[in-house]
Design a binder for this molecule. Structure first.
Ligand code: B12
Ligand code: SF4
Ligand code: SF4
Length: 382
């Protein structure tokens, strides 16, 4: 027998309660229509802005239509999972170029497994509350499948898509991951919220590599997150000086955003920094051999990029660090580096041999502005 509107409303209410019990901050519902979003996504890929992320080229029918990805899906539940640790110390690696600047989401445990497990618990608990309803069909997703996650989150009103393309919320900022539950129950849908970016363009102006090329449009090939995580090749030479000491991901567009002053901290221990990664020198990380890299990054998202790309990123950061005493340690890694990394080591050595040429750069000025922004807007995390 089909469920009544009242029953569906009650089920949704229960799902929201269960999501909160399992550590999510919010759960909201949208239909499965990707109209508008999918076409813009497709155009973006066709224009080549995705660089080498070939996974974005594949499975377009599944991405466009959730019911193709999981049969009978008629609703998408979008869930918010905050990750900002109260040990953020954002300005520390911005002020000191000899320290590694690692994106805050990657300092602790990989979020994928952690969130998938919790999403699974939410939906299984819901199923048991529905007396193990045999017709309930569902599947959970975090990040890795062909799902337009930010589109569903925006449609459901978890927040709006900022000019930096991330979802942000007026009461909670943007330091959160998204997860989804595809479901075959026609739960009542939520309304989108108003876009409150207004005339602000702080994220666009303070992006170190000018990767945000238009309102809500990124050229991923210029984004430091892409260059340090997804890119498998050499980092384009003209972008290297702009990357500073950012060796894994980048937080700058979020640090620049005024709405992040309202972001909450998470109390999830798994997101606490490991191995002092929030305050560690480039020199210390450069000393790690492959075995140490693999051991220390067990369960961390950083392990996925592999040792050679890790060295590539570090070499660029060391080249930007103005530490001429790093020339010998740089040379010492030649024997374990592949050809691509050796070229980055050579580049770094050249920078350190020519320090007087690059004293006050535009990027130093942007970083200084960002430090001011963070100090004023996020004093508790500065
Ligand atoms: C590929 C990818 C990346 C790429 C590309 C980033 C991007 N913005 O597309 C790279 C590697 C650069 C990246 C970086 C980061 N990512 Co990422 N990424 C993804 C992934 C896997 C797909 C995103 C995607 O489809 N991009 C393609 C573009 C075309 O899509 P789009 O942003 O929706 O925008 C297009 C259209 O939709 C359109 N558009 C949409 N609405 C509107 C409205 C109007 C009016 C207009 C004009 C246009 C428009 O504009 C664009 C076309 O030009 C998602 C997970 C997922 N499955 O969705 C995570 C995801 C977006 N990433 C996430 C995170 C956390 C990050 C980083 C912060 C990590 C870090 N600290 O380094 C950075 C942030 C960089 C940034 N500013 O985006 C989170 C974001 C959470 C949130 N709060 O929104 C996600 C959702 C992962 C997750 N499950 O939590 N990421
Ligand atoms: S993550 Fe960094 S490089 Fe990428 S768009 Fe944001 S500020 Fe720019
Ligand atoms: S920094 Fe300004 S423009 Fe960018 S997302 Fe935040 S509010 Fe919007």
């Amino acid at each position: 027998m089909p469920l009544t509107d009242l029953q569906l409303e009650q089920i949704k209410h229960t799902a929201v309660k269960l999501a909160k019990q399992h550590g999510f901050q919010d759960l909201r519902v949208s239909d499965t229509d990707t109209g508008g979003y999918f076409e813009r996504f497709k155009q973006w890929v066709d224009d080549g802005y995705h660089g080498c992320m070939s996974f974005l080229e594949r499975n377009q029918e599944l991405r466009q239509n959730p019911a193709e990805l999981h049969p009978n899906t008629c609703r998408v539940l979008s869930l918010r999972f905050d990750y900002l640790n109260n040990n953020a110390s954002f300005t520390t690696p911005l002020k000191d170029k000899t320290l590694a600047n690692i994106s805050r989401y990657a300092l602790g445990r990989d979020y994928h497994k952690l969130m998938r497990k919790r999403l699974q618990m939410v939906i299984e608990d819901l199923k048991s509350k529905l007396n193990d309803e045999p017709n309930l069909d569902y599947r959970v997703f975090v990040d890795s499948a062909p799902v337009l996650e930010t589109a569903f989150a925006e449609k459901a009103g978890l927040g709006w898509k900022g000019k930096h393309t991330l979802i942000l919320n007026k009461d909670a900022g943007s330091w959160f991951f998204l997860g989804e539950i595809f479901i075959n129950l026609p739960l009542p849908v939520d309304e989108p919220v108003e876009d409150l970016c207004g005339s602000c363009s702080s994220c666009i102006n303070l992006c170190p590599t000018d990767a945000i090329i238009d309102n809500k449009k990124i050229d991923a090939r210029r984004c430091i997150s892409y260059l340090t995580i997804e890119n498998q090749d050499a980092i384009p030479e003209e972008l290297r000086p702009l990357m500073g000491n950012r060796i894994y991901g980048c937080d700058d567009c979020q640090l620049a955003c005024p709405y992040n002053r309202f972001a909450n901290h998470t109390n999830i221990d798994d997101f606490s920094p490991r191995h002092n990664l929030h305050n560690i020198s480039l020199a210390t990380l450069w000393e790690w051999d492959e075995q140490t890299f693999l051991e220390n990054f067990q369960g961390s998202p950083i392990r996925r990029i592999g040792y050679q790309n890790w060295l590539r990123n570090l070499a660029v950061a060391i080249g930007n660090s103005k530490q001429s005493d790093m020339i010998e340690p740089l040379k010492a890694k030649y024997k374990v580096a592949n050809e691509m990394v050796r070229e980055h080591i050579d580049w770094a050595i050249e920078q350190l041999n020519n320090l007087e040429d690059n004293e006050t750069s535009i990027i130093d000025k942007k970083t200084q502005k960002l430090i001011n922004c963070v100090t004023v807007m996020l004093p508790q995390d500065a």
